[in-house]
Design a protein around this ligand. Structure first.
Ligand code: PEP
Length: 256
């Protein structure tokens, strides 16, 4: 982990898995394995229907609660949507936004991500803003252009103080759920570019304080090498977060 003052963050994205009872069981197992007062932040993101029950199970202690998405409005004629005020009401403190599955499976556009980021911040919640290139974009040497374009769009209109309230997650689309991981060096290069862009858009202290997570097939076997990179401040973990033991090993890698 970097020598900076950024506290590592390990986030488990459970995606569309687990009933309420299974989510509570997994959350308890994660809580049980998460060291109290460890030098790492840990969060889990269950399905919407399990948020309330998982919060009841974990409380406001060493494991925090995140939602996997939200709408930018709090109430109104938006059938099927859940807004940030309701997420806060059930104990969420983080919201994952712009995940590649939202962008590429559900057609979510940069403008929606921007509005969601602003809405989440306005409720005092922390957005985890996901950015990442598709395989064909990497092969066309467009990784930085795509990633920084998504970053610029998501943070449009924010001041430095608001930007400091965000977490960024770099998740190359070709590495999510595929078993393929960016090499630590390739991931670090993109993280460095993201941090440099934060410095240009805002200021040096903001760039230095924002946590940038890596996501894409993070497992116990590759976590330590990724987390050892100076600009990788944690991980957004999908598949491996569904197993409490594997997730705990990744958390340990962030502490070591
Ligand atoms: C994710 O869901 O954000 C993710 C990175 O998934 P996985 O770890 O399974 O690649």
């Amino acid at each position: 982990m970097s020598a900076s003052s950024r506290r590592p963050l390990i986030a488990g994205n459970w995606k569309l898995h687990n009933t309420v009872a299974e989510s509570v069981e997994l959350a308890r197992a994660v809580l049980h394995r998460t060291p109290r007062d460890a030098a790492v932040d840990v969060l889990v993101a269950p399905v919407f229907t399990a948020l309330y029950a998982v919060h009841e199970a974990i409380g406001d202690g060493s494991v925090r609660l995140a939602a996997q998405d939200c709408h930018f409005e709090d109430r109104g004629a938006f059938t099927g949507e859940v807004g940030p005020a309701l997420l806060k009401d059930v104990g969420c403190t983080f919201v994952i936004l712009g995940h590649s599955e939202r962008r590429h499976v559900f057609g979510e556009l940069d403008e929606a991500v921007r509005r969601k980021v602003a809405a989440v911040l306005s409720h005092g919640l922390t957005p985890i803003v996901c950015v990442g290139e598709k395989l064909e974009e990497r092969e066309a040497d467009r990784t930085e252009a795509v990633v920084l374009g998504q970053l610029d769009a998501a943070l449009e209109g924010l001041d430095a103080e608001s930007a400091r309230g965000c977490v960024i997650a770099y998740e190359p689309v070709w590495a999510i759920g595929t078993g393929r991981t960016a090499s630590p060096e390739d991931a670090e290069a993109v993280h460095r570019a993201i941090r440099a862009r934060l410095g240009e858009r805002f200021d040096g202290p903001t760039a230095e304080s924002v946590r940038i997570l890596y996501g894409g097939s993070v497992k116990p076997a590759n976590a330590a090498a990724l987390l050892a990179q100076p600009d990788i401040d944690g991980a957004l973990v999908g598949g491996a977060s569904l197993d409490a033991e594997s997730f705990a090993e990744i958390v340990q890698a962030a502490i070591a």
